[in-house]
Design a protein around this ligand. Structure first.
Ligand SMILES: *[C@@H]1O[C@H](CO)[C@@H](O)[C@H](O)[C@H]1NC(C)=O
Length: 998
């Protein structure tokens, strides 16, 4: 056994785990970690006898308490039984085949006591049962798979229940004699024994809420009495192994409790930490404190139960007392620390995600509380209510995140983790839930008498993790040092009244009587449209702050600045009938100030703020808009074109079109308007002014949800054609929409067709490809009912990978790999055009903090992917633009989602701007024109390192710190539900730490 330890203090010293992790930021907590486990790490899958074997009365097997229980109608969901289950009793070969395919190093299963001793006693040995387990064990050994064998996984012989079950001291001898027989019979080949599976669940569910057989409902006392006997029985079996078998067989033996993590509601409140600590002592310490510490229950448990018993005027504590001899006998009776754990749910107002990070904290708690013993995770998995879930995406995300937390615990925290077993090898009988939910890596068809086994996609994924011995950093994700081409343009963007994904404006729009309203002025002045009724009336007041804005640009060291012109500021009613000279003058002054600072303007003609007067006559649905837009552009080319050499006709036409009543009509007019303005510039102004003009198209990148599923792959292609391709295909390809888009829209009689001459006029109207890009989605095929919405026509549903970092915006996940892929896709799809990234960035929420590590991480990884696109993929990338210069009005959420490199204090009427750490970080990338390799240093461009920020980032990436913050108070929901299996109970947590002291 492991060395014994003194009793835990109250609260225990393991409270350092909360102190360490509860203060970590969500970024540190959720950052994905790459690495591998040590060579001798053991990967496995788990099962248990009653859940898979079937053959409940085959070849002389005696009934177990679960056989009797399930045969009573109404006890189990759907009246399911384990009579046949997966029929593993007859399918040794099939089961071993699955294990081999997974590549597991171990298989954890349990022995059915009544299959071996039908009456529970060793005068009734059933040779068929023994032969079955010999076949299984021999098959495993022959395939190099280590058996991990549980002696007791809940299926007590009914005959022993009839004499009192685990409430009777007789069970100690009887269990020992069963174990002794198993050691003697199988111990030559079995080197890893688990005495009792989840004794804490047996006590609580069998004797507390009475949910499991023997259905005793005495929560105040029976669980403690039964636990007392289970602990003694465990210790007896341990000593038998130690005394009689260890020397010759040389295995390890332990018990296996269930654990779920508890997070203090207010981590800074020591009383909440004490409550969380008490919760774990009552849940786990109950069994592990006697075994791994001093042979006795945790002090806090003795006090609490003792005090309550006294208050209840009981003659003695409901928690039984061990004699000194018994304590001596129990302590040290484990060679390793085994445990099972499932989803913990974080309980806040709306957030019900499974929280993988709880696993890392559980592991750290075990390390701190029990002196860093060797630890084996024996069960971990997720159940889904679905008859068939072969394409089990959610289960993959589950393993992807939970195994990653185990990896962090091992690599970063030094937890002595030795093995990981997934629950479960296959769908099986889930106790009182019957065959629903399903936890398997393999699907079982329970309607088919042959019980065929089919690997789910999670099985393929888990096999890959095993093959890699963890989660190594994929080759394509390795950081690339290097520089961008000479003359690469570095820019930062804003917009006059911009709204992409419901975003913002940095300019004043109500300035003087000459100024016409834009559609966004009207919208934002309609109550209840925008969060907190924010408007862009003042926004960042950039209209009055040219100098301040240019100072920021200079300190960023950008070579370009992208901004947009407010159409209605220049032409108040949208037409050239009246030109607002004062408005135009603002842009002239801005441009002059930029040029004086050697910063090239990149000017967007239309960034969504249509003059309301034009909207009143139909806006983009009225094809006269094409001519209006051309006239507006002509004014700007004439008046500003001598100084502006980079024009963007339209920003993100997709967002103007896709949500409206007539998306394809609007899209059609946008494309024609763009083409006309391009031709105007090309024919009338280019020779004299010599600038570039093109369009900026936004798009997410789409990955098939299942990369091996043809339907998902096609859904991804369709997603790209309906998003980026809608505008790019006509302009950059052949003057017309893509075939897939035309076909699907024609089917719905919504088609807009270009004439041949229009096609000729549209095709090739670009000088570069302007791209706004932020994030990636996973796609799969879904046929929606008919409707006008573009999102329905494309027949694609999207999800995101749960391991992806989030941001301040729900739609924006940090997915740098998608950036490189979309750049490569544009190169291949549109014949390698010059590309300017005209927007890219990330949002945060919450109070101002200088160190916006999240944003630095975003820019670092995204810009690095852009570098890979240039250096490794030959993408013709000419420039990059960060979104955005400063915080601004985030449309529907008001000022809550902050994308700025500069923070703007909107509550101060002076609207002061302050650089965040990311501003300094971005300026350093610009200064270096990329990422110089430290190994070839020193690099003068790196010299003016921003203080704290750079150090924080260095520490972050060098050490891959990971950790967490979360507010939730967990408690195990024993005794709260009427009909739930333990697995479901594992997943339900309530806000109440004072469990089990009733
Ligand atoms: C348990 O089931 C067996 C087999 O059906 C039956 O003989 C026995 O009477 C049952 N025992 C109890 C206590 O229900």
């Amino acid at each position: 056994g492991l060395p014994s330890l003194p009793a835990s203090e109250v609260p225990s010293k393991a409270k350092v785990v909360w102190q360490k992790f509860s203060s970590q930021t969500a970024f540190e907590r959720d950052m994905y970690f790459y690495g591998t486990f040590p060579e001798d790490f053991t990967w496995g899958v788990s099962s248990s006898a009653h859940q898979i074997e079937g053959g409940w009365d085959a070849d002389g097997k005696g009934p177990s308490i679960w056989d009797n229980f399930t045969h009573v109608p109404g006890n189990v969901n759907n009246n399911d039984t384990g009579d046949i289950a997966c029929d593993s009793y007859n399918k040794v070969e099939e089961d071993i085949y699955m294990l081999r395919a997974l590549g597991v190093k171990n298989y954890r299963f349990s022995l059915s006591w009544p299959r071996i001793f039908p009456t529970g006693r060793n005068n009734s040995i059933n040779s068929y049962g023994v032969a079955y387990y010999n076949r299984l064990i021999d098959g495993l050994i022959a395939n190099n798979i280590t058996p991990i064998v549980t002696l007791y996984h809940w299926d007590l012989p009914q005959a022993l229940q009839d004499i009192g079950g685990w409430e009777s001291n007789e069970l100690i001898d009887l269990f020992d004699s069963f174990a002794d027989f198993c050691f003697q019979t199988f111990g030559d080949r079995v080197k890893f024994w688990i005495t009792i599976n989840e004794p804490n669940v047996i006590s609580r569910l069998g004797y507390g809420n009475g949910l499991f057989p023997p259905n005793v409902k005495e929560p105040g006392s029976a669980p403690y009495r039964v636990a007392h006997i289970l602990l003694k029985a465990h210790a007896r079996v341990y000593h038998t192994y130690d005394d009689k078998y260890r020397a010759s067989q040389g295995g390890v033996i332990a018990l296996c409790p269930f654990i779920s993590w508890a997070e203090p509601k207010t981590p800074s409140d020591p009383r909440d930490i004490e409550a969380a600590d008490r919760y774990l002592q009552f849940l786990v310490g109950w069994f592990t404190h006697p075994i791994f510490k001093n042979g006795d229950y945790p002090e806090v448990m003795k006090w609490k139960v003792g005090n309550r018993s006294e208050l209840q005027n009981l003659p003695s504590s409901r928690l039984p007392v061990f004699t000194a001899e018994e304590r001596e006998y129990i302590r040290g009776t484990a060679d390793v620390f085994c445990f099972n754990t499932y989803s913990a749910k974080i309980v806040t107002l709306s957030d019900h995600r499974p929280v993988a990070w709880g696993l890392r904290r559980v592991l750290n708690w075990i390390k701190e509380e029990y002196g860093n013993p060797p630890i084996y995770i024996i069960e971990n998995g997720v159940g889904k209510k679905a008859k068939s879930d072969i394409d089990d995406n959610a289960r993959i995300f589950y393993y992807k995140t939970y195994i990653d937390e185990a990896l962090k615990a091992y690599k970063v925290d030094g937890v002595n983790l030795k093995g990981y077993n997934a629950w479960s090898l296959m769908d099986n009988f889930e106790w009182v839930d019957g065959y629903d939910p399903r936890f398997g890596l393999h699907q079982i068809d329970f309607d088919n008498p042959n019980r065929p086994r089919t690997p789910k996609r999670s099985a393929v994924y888990y096999a890959e993790i095993i093959r890699n011995n963890g989660i190594p950093l994929p080759k394509e994700d390795e950081f690339l040092y290097g520089e961008f081409p000479k003359n690469f343009s570095w820019s930062v963007a804003t917009a006059a009244y911009q709204v992409r994904k419901l975003r913002w404006t940095p300019e004043v729009s109500v300035d003087n009587l000459n100024l016409g309203l834009s559609i966004w002025d009207k919208y934002s002045h309609t109550p209840l449209r925008i969060g907190k009724d924010a408007t862009g009336d003042v926004a960042c007041d950039s209209y009055h702050r040219i100098e301040e804005d240019v100072e920021m640009l200079k300190s960023l060291k950008v070579s370009h600045y992208r901004f947009s012109i407010s159409w209605s500021r220049v032409l108040p009613d949208g037409t050239t009938r009246y030109i607002n000279e004062k408005g135009l003058n603002y842009y002239e002054r801005l441009i002059d100030a930029l040029l004086a600072a050697n910063i090239m303007p990149q000017v967007t003609l239309y960034h969504w703020d249509l003059p309301q007067a034009l909207q009143d006559v139909g806006g983009w649905e009225n094809d006269t808009i094409v001519q209006r837009f051309k006239e507006y552009a002509e004014v700007l080319f004439q008046r500003l074109g001598d100084k502006v050499k980079f024009w963007i006709t339209l920003n993100e036409p997709y967002n103007t079109a896709y949500l409206g009543r007539a998306p394809y009509v609007v899209g059609h007019n946008l494309i024609k308007a763009h083409a006309e303005v391009w031709h105007l510039y090309n024919e009338t102004f280019r020779a004299r002014q010599g600038g570039l003009i093109s369009i900026t198209i936004n798009s997410d990148w789409a990955e098939p949800r299942n990369p091996h599923n043809q339907e998902d792959i096609e859904a991804a292609r369709r997603f790209m054609q309906f998003f980026l391709g809608w505008f790019a295909h006509p302009i950059f390809k052949n003057g017309d929409y893509s075939e897939v888009m035309k076909r699907r829209i024609q089917e719905r009689s919504l088609a807009q067709e270009f004439t041949e001459s229009e096609k000729q006029r549209i095709k090739g109207t670009y000088d570069y490809f302007g791209l706004n890009h932020y994030t990636t989605v996973l796609t799969y095929n879904l046929n929606y009912p008919k409707g006008v919405n573009v999102l329905l026509h494309r027949g694609v549903a999207t999800v995101t990978d749960r391991s992806w970092l989030g941001s301040g915006s729900l739609w924006l996940k940090v997915t740098p790999f998608g950036f490189r892929k979309i750049l490569r896709w544009i190169k291949e799809e549109y014949n390698n055009p010059p590309i300017y990234v005209t927007e890219n960035g990330v949002s945060e929420r919450g109070a101002f903090k200088f160190n916006d590590t999240w944003r630095m991480h975003y820019y670092r990884t995204y810009i690095n992917e852009a570098l890979k696109a240039v250096v490794l993929d030959g993408v013709n990338l000419r420039g990059y633009t960060a979104w955005t210069l400063m915080d601004n009005l985030e449309w529907a959420v008001g000022y809550e989602e902050k994308f700025g490199l500069y923070y703007v204090n909107f509550s101060d009427p002076a609207l002061p701007r302050h650089p965040r750490a990311s501003a300094k970080y971005y300026s350093q990338i610009i200064n270096c024109n990329g990422f110089p390799d430290p190994a070839t240093g020193p690099h003068p461009c790196l010299e003016q390192e921003p203080e704290g920020a750079e150090i924080a980032l260095y520490v972050l990436f060098a050490l891959s710190i990971v950790g967490a913050m979360g507010l939730a108070l967990f408690a195990y929901k024993y005794g709260k539900s009427s009909k739930r299996s333990h697995k479901q109970s594992h997943m339900e947590l309530v806000v109440n730490c004072n469990i089990s002291t009733s």
